[in-house]
Design a protein. Structure first.
Length: 153
């Protein structure tokens, strides 16, 4: 199984959470290959200075190329909340799962509609860098649930 976490974020700027990110990628290896892909380009940077809508369009344009293979799941605070077992179900029966974490302005409706499903980690606002860590922990938890590993108990 291959799991991609695609996030609108500047590469290598995540020193605070880097150890946790590497930890979850490493311990998930027996169950899946997990990769974090950070996407940030000049168009996104320019769009941030124009408007939230322009930023959302730039995110969509930058992220759409990662949607070609597998199941596409977007993290969106206005979508349905899932518990850990529901989250584990999202990982079942798929060779490739792509998770998308947006930038400061979230996603435009058109991008959300292109994804297979959208989930929320709750109504509180978290930085997208912290959400990356939470997502990786939930991916590992979901993998252990699906493989009857004792971590989730």
């Amino acid at each position: 199984m291959k799991i991609n976490v695609i996030i609108v974020d500047k590469k290598g700027k995540d020193k605070l959470y880097a150890g946790l990110i590497e930890h979850y990628i490493k311990i998930a290896k027996p169950f899946a290959k997990v990769e974090v892909i950070e996407v940030f380009d000049k168009e996104i940077a320019k769009a941030h200075d124009i408007s939230p809508e322009a930023a959302q369009r730039a995110y969509s344009k930058a992220l759409e190329k990662y949607m070609a293979n597998g199941i596409n799941i977007v993290l969106d605070p206005s979508s349905k909340e899932v518990d850990s077992h529901g989250f584990a179900d999202l990982l079942k029966d798929s060779a490739t799962v792509n998770f998308f974490i947006g930038g400061a302005y979230g996603f435009e409706r058109a991008f959300l509609d292109k994804c297979n499903t959208a989930v929320s980690f709750g109504k509180i606002t978290l930085s997208h860098k912290l959400v990356k860590v939470v997502l990786l922990e939930q991916i590992f938890r979901g993998l252990t649930i699906n493989n009857n590993h004792p971590y989730h108990k």
